[in-house]
Design a protein around this ligand. Structure first.
Ligand code: AMP
Ligand code: GLY
Length: 394
């Protein structure tokens, strides 16, 4: 089989490595991939948002199965375009991807179907939002409606900060049209859990839970980042909590999307907070998480391609999704200075004895050398019987 994976980060590298375990896979193309992914797939210089070119390539190369991993192409309708061209693929269509593409949509969905989440108000008018903030409970959370490269959420500890955030989104348009509408929501506290789940629209099969660490420094210090490391399973996510989430969050979400005529097929990411009043949804993503995927997939015992195809063919109920009982830890290596200013172009060497568990996020190949090409450059994952062992090895 010839496969194609759209995307080019550590998450896509982890997906590609897992897909390669299937012996029917002869070739994998990565669009655009990166210098590290090039060790495991054939990289093609087509950007993840260039939908027309992606479809043209898939058709001309007679791709048997495609995986669209990042949020942007999913929200732009890459799966719709590929399906229309006769290429079977993994990922939600545009109508369903709105669950991540619009926070106003997802908040209203949760309200309508009684899915637990933070209290909120939606604003399309800046003055109304600023007036609301005169009396809103503080701290508060300001969210741009649309995609914003993972930066569209501001936790405001004071009224002034909250107002500045609203102005930056609605007046200065720092996130462009994504800030035309905003959500202002209740500040929640508690441990955060990421649960990625396969769903074909009929059944939902959660993967092992995980936990993202977003601060740049050790011991949860420093600036917020796109994610500096992950562990799985999440130590706070007990069997009882998992059962409660299935009943009150996962199944109701799948049903809600179906009722709205937006059946979700793919990987649905539940960003949860375990509050004193029970688990609540912080966010939905329409895709695998990054760097959650880098700890979840190494623990997966079932064949990824088989499960993905079962999702596409709506046969997930008959397909086993099995995870090992061990733990995994992924530590991200970043260029000094990330997430602020940093240099690129450092030579990287990945020793072959560990390369199996290294996922390259930002690198390019130049004259046979692997050079860093971003802030976060790679993730090193280790698995072990328990979490302490996995952390030590990673
Ligand atoms: P999001 O992009 O919606 O995941 O938000 C990014 C991060 O902001 C989350 O992972 C949380 O740590 C934090 N966050 C989002 N919403 C809230 C909230 N209502 N209360 C507290 N923290 C939040
Ligand atoms: N790790 C958070 C995300 O993938 O959105």
């Amino acid at each position: 089989m010839k496969l194609m994976v759209v995307g080019g980060g550590g998450r896509e590298h982890a997906i590609i490595k897992k897909l390669k375990e299937n012996k029917d896979v002869e070739k994998i193309y990565a669009l655009p991939g990166n210098g590290g992914i090039a060790m495991d797939a054939t990289c093609v210089d087509i950007g993840a948002k260039e939908i027309e070119k992606i479809v043209e390539f898939a058709v001309s190369e007679k791709i048997d199965y495609a995986v669209v991993a990042p949020d942007d192409p999913l929200v732009l309708g890459a799966v719709d375009a590929l399906t229309e061209a006769g290429i079977p693929c993994f990922g939600p269509d545009k109508k369903a991807a709105i669950i991540e593409g619009s926070k106003v949509f997802s908040k209203n969905l949760m309200k309508k179907y009684h899915i637990p989440t933070a209290e909120y108000e939606v604003f399309s008018d800046m003055d109304a939002a600023l007036k609301y903030l005169d009396t809103a409970p503080i701290p508060t959370v300001i969210k741009a409606d649309g995609l914003a490269l993972g930066k569209g959420v501001i936790i405001a500890m004071t009224r002034e900060e909250a107002k500045a955030a609203v102005k930056s989104m609605m007046e200065d348009k720092v996130f462009g049209k994504s800030g035309d509408n905003i959500v202002i929501e209740e500040f929640l506290t508690g441990p955060e859990v990421s649960v990625l789940a396969f769903t074909d629209g009929y059944v939902v099969k959660p993967m092992v839970s995980s936990m993202d660490h977003k601060r740049a420094g050790d011991n949860d210090t420093g600036l917020n980042t796109g994610g500096m490391g992950t562990v799985a399973p999440n130590p706070y996510y007990t069997k009882d909590i998992a059962d409660e989430c299935m009943e009150k969050i996962f199944l109701p979400t799948i049903e809600a999307m179906k009722s709205e005529g937006r059946t979700f097929k793919g990987c649905l990411y539940f960003g949860l907070m375990l509050t004193e009043k029970g688990p609540k949804v912080i966010e939905y993503n329409c895709r695998f998480g990054d760097p959650e995927t880098q700890v979840v997939l190494p623990l997966m015992e079932s064949d990824l391609l088989t499960v993905m195809k079962a999702v596409t063919e709506e046969k997930l109920s008959e397909t086993e999704v099995k995870f090992g009982s061990g733990s995994a830890c992924c530590v991200i290596m970043a260029s000094k200075g990330y997430p602020e200013s940093y240099e690129k172009g450092f030579v990287m060497t990945i020793p072959s004895e560990i390369s199996g568990n290294v996922y390259v996020a930002g690198a390019k190949l130049e004259d046979g050398k692997l050079l860093t090409n971003g802030g976060r450059v790679l993730g090193a994952t280790a698995t072990d019987e328990n979490l302490a062992g996995a952390i030590e090895k990673a």
